[in-house]
Design a protein around this ligand. Sequence first.
Ligand SMILES: *[C@@H]1O[C@H](CO)[C@@H](O)[C@H](O)[C@H]1NC(C)=O
Ligand SMILES: *[C@@H]1O[C@H](CO)[C@@H](O)[C@H](O)[C@H]1NC(C)=O
Length: 125
Amino acid sequence: MMLLLFAVLSLSGCVVKGEAEIMRNLTTVTWAHAVNNKTYLEAALSSEISMLEADIVLGQINGKSGPPIPIMAHPPAATSDLSLADFLTAVSQYNNVNSKQKGVKLDFKSIEAADPGVAPVPHTI
Ligand SMILES: *[C@@H]1O[C@H](CO)[C@@H](O)[C@H](O)[C@H]1NC(C)=O
Ligand SMILES: *[C@@H]1O[C@H](CO)[C@@H](O)[C@H](O)[C@H]1NC(C)=O
């Protein structure tokens, strides 16, 4: 839980940095939406797109079992080839070596995905 919190906090640093760059010229903001799988993430990172929008749910990596973890998917999907941790790693590695930073907007689709320590609640949010 602390690890996840840290990851989210350090990511919001990325968002601020990305936005500051974009604010210089709002007409240049371009979005990739539902960046919820590896193929699309790699395509978005190697494109000129400046903002990545992605969805997070608690679920499973394709073909794996075990307790649900935060993954990149849009409900009702609950499986993905991309975990939140892998997404964050890929974006921060990109931003570490590129002068043109990518911003990220994360859409937590449920309370549980934002905080696995919290008991499951109905998906009414
Ligand atoms: C903003 O971006 C557009 C499109 O790239 C460009 O034509 C324009 O000159 C830019 N404006 C400024 C103030 O940089
Ligand atoms: C990956 O995500 C993109 C954008 O949401 C979607 O168009 C594409 O079908 C997805 N590919 C796979 C293999 O799920």
